[in-house]
Design a protein around this ligand. Structure first.
Ligand SMILES: [Zn+2]
Length: 76
């Protein structure tokens, strides 16, 4: 059987009370993935206060990638 990863399903996300919209094509459908930030990079971009991990949202329409230092809320 083919198993589809949960994270490969396009979803809508929100953060700080606002829906996340692609800045390029205004799509609201993203595929989320996690990225580990190594310490040097986290320090470089002043994310030391975060957990050294980031959420990456890839727009399913145009492929624009957005990075978030916190985990966005998944909408229905
Ligand atoms: Zn887009």
């Amino acid at each position: 059987m083919f198993r589809q990863s949960k994270q490969a399903i396009p979803r809508e996300y929100s953060l700080a009370g606002k829906s996340i919209i692609c800045p390029h094509c205004q799509s609201a459908q993203f595929i989320a993935s996690k990225a580990q930030l190594n310490t040097a990079l986290a320090t470089l971009i002043e994310l030391d206060f975060l957990n050294e991990s980031a959420t990456i949202l890839t727009c399913t329409s145009c492929g624009q990638i957005q990075w978030f230092g916190v985990t966005p809320t998944t909408e229905a």
